[in-house]
Structures are given as C-alpha cells and as structure tokens.
Design a protein around this ligand. Structure first.
Ligand code: GLA
Length: 748
C-alpha cells in the first residue's frame, strides 16, 4: 500500500520506495501539508508545524477569539487559495457571482482509488504494467463560496514520483469565473533553498540557472501560447548546499505544452511555497452551476542524492510513464532530414539521390522537411495548404514515398499544423480560422499567422489533411513543427465573455489532433518541434516520443543545450543530428567525430547532404551509425551523469551507464584548449564498486588530432568500478579545439 489514511491521527501519507509525503486536516478543516522528502515511518509529522501569534497574519473567525496563533497566512497547506487570509502566492483564485474573490477550502474526505487517475482530453502519466500505482482523491469545499476542489495525487512507488492534478467545481447556482488553477502548491516549513530554472531563446534553449531563493516571489513562465524556448515548465528546488550528487532536491515538471507560470516564494518566516500551473494572464474560465475545470498535471520527485538524482528519476519516469505507444521501447530509426541539406531548393529526384547515398551509409529513414506543399518555396506562404507541390517535386508524393521505400528506407514528412499563411488558399477560404483580433493588425512573426486550433472544425480539417498525406506518402514519421509564439489571442468561434478560454483550448485542440493521428496511425513516430526546442515538455512527449532539441546544430553549442535539457528530460527524447561543417548557425568548423559523439547523446540522425561529403566523412557516417547501434542500450536507455559543467573547464564530460551496470560510455568534448593544461579529472558514477571494467576506445574511433591517439591514456586496461568512481580518471589533453574523446568501460 502506498497510500495510508490513518483514521486515528488523521494523517494521510503517501509512500514511494524512497520518499514520503504527508498531509492532515486540522481542527477546523484546513488541509495542512506536513512533509515531502526522504522516506520516513508513518508517524504524525504535523508536530513540527509551529504556531505563534503574529501581528498582521490574520486569524479565521472560528479561531480568532481563542487562538491568535492560528493563521492561514503561516500554516503549511496542501493548496494555497486566494483572498481568505493567506497572503502568500496562491494556486487557486476564483471570482464569485458577487464579484468577490475569497476562497477558503476545508477538508471533506479522502479516498484511495486503485491505479493511476487519467485526465480526459489532457496528457497524463500512466502506470507501466503493474507498478502498484494508487490514486489519492481529496475533496475540499468552500461552503460559503459554493466551490469544490478535488485534489488528485498519483503515486508511483517504484519510480519515486508523485503527480498532482486539480478539479474545481462550481457547486452554487450562479456562474463563477475561475482565474487560476495551479495543480502544484507545495509548502516547505523550513530551509534555505536554491531554485534551478531553465531559460533560453531560439537556438539556445534550456540554460540552467541556479539562484538563491530570496524573500519575495521569484517566477518564470510563458504567455507565448506554447511552453516556449524562453522558460521550460520545469524546475528544481534544492538545499542551498546541494550539488550534483549530494543534498536534498525536489523536481517539478508540468505535463502541459501551453502557457504556464511557476512561482516560488520565501515568506516572512522563511517558509517556502512553490506553485506551478496554467499562466493566469491569458486564462479565465466561466463555470456555470455544476460545471468543473480540470487542470493538467504536475510531476514531482524528490532525491536526497543531489540534483542528478532528480534527473535520473525523471529520465526513467518520462521514458516509461509519459512517452507511450509503439516507439516507446523501440530503437527509433536513424534518420536523415533534408532541411540543412537543401532548405527549400529540391526536386523529387534530388531528394531520392540524397536518400540513396544516405541509405548506402546506413541511414534508416529519410525525412522531407519544409517546402513540399502548396506553392511554398520560401517561408512567406502556403502554410495550411497541405497539398503536395507535384510541379516542384516533379512527381506525386505517393511516387516519392514509394521511391524512398523502394530504397529500403522509411519515409517521414514535415508539417506545421497550427499555423496558416496569409498567402494561402486556406486563409483565402477561411479568414476566420486565423487567430487575430477584429479591427487590429495581427502580429506576423515569420510571415505567418496562428491557426485557431481551439475550433473543432479546424482540428477536423487538419486531421483530415495530414491523414491523407501520411496515407498517400506511406509516411511512418511526422515532424510536427510550430514556428512562432502566439499573439492576438482571439477565437472567432468564442463569444467575448469566453475569450479567456482560448489559450487553453488551443492547446487542447493540438492534443486532440495529435491523439487523432496516433489512433489512426498507431505506428506513426511523431517528432515534436517548435523552431527547434520551443515546446519541449512532458505534454508533447506524451504524443511525440522525441522533440527536436534546437535549431542550433553546432555540436559545441549543443553541449550546453543538451546539458541543460538533461536536468529533466532523457537522452532518447532529445532530437540531435550531425550537420555539415562549417555549421550553418555559427560558421564553426568541427570534426565529424565530435559531431557524431554529441548527436549520439540524443536521438541521433543526420541533417546534411551526404552526396557532397568526402569519402572519409562518408566512412565516418557509416562508423557513427554502427557505434550508435552497438551502444544504443547504454546511451539511450541507461543512467545519465553530468560529470563536468560546460564552460567550467573547457571540457564537457558526461557518462551513460547501462541499467545492468555492465557497460558505461564516457564522452568528453573540448570547447576550447589551453596552454599549460590543468588536467580535467572526473570520477565515474553508477558502476559496480566490485566490478572490473575493461577500458577501451569506442570502436573505430580515430582522433582528429594525430598527436593524441585515442587510447593513449588508457594505461590500465582493466580497473575496478571502485577505483574509477573514487580515484577517477583524467581526460587526455588535446591540442586542437573541438576534439572529443569517447571510451567504453565494459565489465569483464
Ligand atoms: C523550424 C524547424 C527546422 C525546420 C524549419 C522549416 O525552424 O525547427 O528544423 O523544420 O522550421 O521551416
């Protein structure tokens, strides 16, 4: 049993193998949050909740006369609500029919439901086989305000993950408006914490930033329609002394792809509250009598083994309990995408030539990117006209798909379903399908408008058009792109009083089309993309097992991007390709070996024209694909350890350890070289202390720096896991920039 409701002392305790979480309704029905951390016995932990009389932290009416030490403003609670005496950040805010906004919830009941709850029309984590999941459903009510809140907790005992979602119901007899409904609201009684968030921009996504949680509110979020390049809907809170491997840390990730807000507040008595939910700026949801609103869910995990413990728990969980379907456990095909190979300049024959050479080098799938439809020869037109341009291709899409398949390759194709060009037949036929505010000129980012995915007729149209292309092309892969932020949020299908629903309905519409595609084509592999990694979140990963990590394919820039992404997301979700050198985004030249080594710690593919490569480079593709397949289990399904921070030493080092701990792969990439080198030492992680490991270079690896033979530093060909993890190893000194070093440790 992972959920225990103790009738005697009133505690409700959730246990996973290594963590515990506790709540308890107090004498006036406030649902106290008592604990979230390392696993402890089932004891009443509310003894640690400290009460004292504090001026200006008010007292609820029923306590005021006798107990001024009781204040909603200081008690740790399961759900912070607005307007009724708790002045900290709130998770729920509702405007009642009278215009007031007070919400005071009291505990009604707690029930244990078998299995993990599901959420209708929303992505949500699920139980992988029989993992012993249970759901706790807690009901709270505001009897004066006629509101019911139901708190859903999904407990994954083996994975050390607890999920939360929220349902708010209007139990009164007049319409109310929900203004905020964040499923995460977590209070900490004590502690000095740091907050790690992930900021970025196009071509530089998910840069981890660790800041001291100071008094006041720290927040980040997105009002861009999607979860955004600019802030990821995830965070880690940790002890200020925590490191990669030591200290307590709590991880949070929103299973949602739209606008979000994360807030963290350290308050007047050094308590901390963190909330995460839909961004309230673009959200208001009318609730007629009896109507409910269900929030998306948030994942939570705790580790007392530092920040990397959070990463590994999330990696395992996302791989098995978020990603689903045909491709979840299968090795995904090594693909070649023609975007950086040709951009808009291609014919069907040119594509087939590229595909043929790629096939000869070991590539398994050819992906046709932007420019195959309507009259699209640049990025100013034709989005929405999802009819193949046979004149440009000089063949039908069915013929092209057939020729690619005849080569023994899979065929994949690009769409940008949620957008529409002003210069398109679709816009000319349905101007009201574009998101724009009547009487106002729209934002025209990348010369495109947003298609109103909140409308069911639009969703059905897109589903029909995509299905027909996928069918006629025989495509087994779709790259689902989304190339701008949403502005001018307005739907012609909603009345003025309900425009506050549009941003969330837009996301629900996208989810509905994704679900529709997957139920029609269960073996379809969808790769998410949003101008690179602008929508990299667990919501999308529920539908798209991999997401293009960034439009920046420079391997040196990718070191930071993939490093930052790895704090939350596993390697096998990060779209990564070997691209041409010099790189198209930065102009930097790098060795093929380094590009290959970096892309291997992602989904692995190519984004270049192989017909233009020298024989030695083609040979390197053949080698790279062979190595990727050989090390697949370790690199893609294993445990991931960040051994250095990019920029710190000039050398980024990471390690992947196979789940059975019989093999580990270490990759090191130099982003600059220094004279009179200070050696970079790393201690390996995750090996068997008593195991003996043979140290060898990755097969066929040729150092591009002839002065440093790849195995020059492997002086002890067999070492114990214990020595490797305690004494560590040093990374060979390279004398040229951008070199990489990859070695394997195999148990003998
Ligand atoms: C976005 C994607 C790229 C490519 C282009 C096509 O920028 O991230 O990979 O598909 O669109 O227009």
């Amino acid at each position: 049993m992972s959920i225990l409701i103790n009738q005697e002392n009133g505690t409700i305790t959730l246990h996973t193998d290594h963590t515990s979480y506790q709540m308890k309704a107090d004498e006036i029905g406030t649902l106290l949050h008592c604990y979230y951390g390392a696993r402890v016995p089932e004891e009443d932990l509310s003894y640690a909740v400290f009460r004292m009389n504090r001026g200006f932290s008010g007292n609820p009416y029923e306590k005021a006369a006798a107990d001024r030490a009781y204040s909603l403003d200081t008690l740790p609670q399961e759900l912070g609500t607005f307007g009724a005496g708790d002045y900290r950040i709130s998770a729920v805010k509702i405007r009642h029919e009278g215009g007031d906004q007070a919400l005071r919830l009291r505990f009604v009941k707690a029930e244990i439901l078998p299995g993990k709850y599901a959420l209708s029309a929303l992505p949500a984590s699920y139980e992988d086989g029989n993992e012993g999941c249970e759901t706790l459903l807690v009901t709270m009510e505001d009897p004066e305000g006629s509101v019911r809140a139901e708190l859903f907790y999904g407990v994954f005992p083996k994975k050390d993950v607890i999920t939360r979602a929220l349902r708010i119901t209007n139990t009164g007899d007049a319409e109310k408006t929900l203004l905020k409904a964040a499923p995460l609201s977590l209070d900490f009684l004590e502690g000095d914490y740091d907050l790690i968030g992930f900021y970025g921009k196009w071509a530089k996504e998910r840069v981890p930033e660790r800041t001291v949680l100071r008094h006041g509110v720290q927040s980040f979020g997105s009002v861009r329609g999607g979860s955004s390049h600019h802030y990821n809907p995830s965070a880690i809170l940790c002890d200020s002394s925590a490191t990669e491997d030591y200290g307590r840390a709590w991880g949070f990730s929103f299973v949602y792809s739209g606008e979000f807000l994360l807030e963290a507040e350290k308050d007047k008595i050094d308590e901390t509250r963190i909330t995460l939910g839909i961004h309230p700026d673009d959200f208001s949801w009318p609730l007629a009598p009896g109507e409910s609103f269900t929030s998306p869910e948030v994942l939570m995990t705790f580790s007392d083994q530092g920040i990397s413990g959070i990463s590994r728990r999330f990696h395992d969980f996302i791989r098995k309990n978020i990603v689903r379907g045909f491709w979840r456990d299968r090795r995904r095909p090594v693909l070649l995408n023609n975007w950086e190979a040709t951009y808009f300049d291609f014919t069907g024959e040119k594509l087939v030539d590229i595909a043929k050479t790629a096939r000869d080098l070991g590539v398994e799938m050819f992906v046709l990117d932007d420019g195959w439809f309507g009259h699209r020869n640049d990025d100013t037109c034709a989005l929405g006209d999802w009819d193949p341009n046979e004149e440009k291709l000089q063949m039908s899409i069915a013929e092209l798909g057939g020729k690619i398949r005849d080569l023994g390759l899979r065929f994949g194709i690009w769409f940008e379903p949620e957008t529409i060009s002003e210069d398109s037949d679709l816009y000319r036929a349905h101007p009201d399908w574009a998101v724009r505010i009547p009487g106002r000129l729209p934002d025209l980012s990348r010369s495109e408008l947003i298609l109103d995915m909140s409308r069911v007729d639009v969703q059905d149209y897109i589903l029909r058009k995509m299905s027909s292309v996928i069918e006629s092309a025989g495509a087994t892969y779709v790259k689902w792109d989304f190339n701008r932020s949403v502005c001018d949020k307005y739907s012609h299908a909603l009345p003025p009083s309900r425009q506050g629903e549009m941003a969330h309905r837009f996301v629900l519409g996208t989810y509905r089309v994704l679900e529709g595609l997957l139920s029609r084509f269960p073996e379809l592999l969808i790769e998410g993309c949003s101008g690179g990694g602008g929508r990299f979140d667990c919501g999308m990963l529920y539908y798209t097992p991999q997401i293009w990590c960034s439009d920046n394919t420079d391997p040196i820039e990718r070191l930071t991007i993939q490093y930052g992404t790895s704090f939350i997301y596993p390697v096998n979700t990060m779209g990564a390709h070997v691209s041409a050198s010099p790189n198209h985004q930065t102009g930097r030249s790098t060795p093929m070996e380094t590009r290959t080594a970096v892309a291997m710690s992602g989904t692995f593919g190519y984004e270049l024209d192989p017909t233009k490569l020298l024989p030695a480079e083609q040979e390197e593709i053949r080698r790279g694909i062979g190595v990727f397949k050989e090390l697949y289990e370790t690199l893609q399904q294993g445990d991931y350890y960040r051994l250095t921070r990019p920029d710190d030493t000039g050398c980024t080092v990471w390690e992947s350890v196979r789940k059975d701990r019989k093999e580990a792969v270490l990759t090191a990439v130099f982003d600059h070289v220094r004279a009179n080198y200070t050696p970079v030492y790393v201690r390996l992680r995750g090996l068997k202390p008593d195991g003996k490991y043979k140290v060898s270079p990755v097969p066929g690896y040729r150092s591009a720096d002839p002065r440093v033979p790849a195995d020059s530093l492997i002086k002890e060909p067999v070492l114990s896991g214990s020595s490797l993890m305690n004494q560590g190893i040093f990374i060979p000194h390279y004398t040229k920039e951008y070199q990489s070093w990859q070695i394997i440790f195999s148990e003998v």
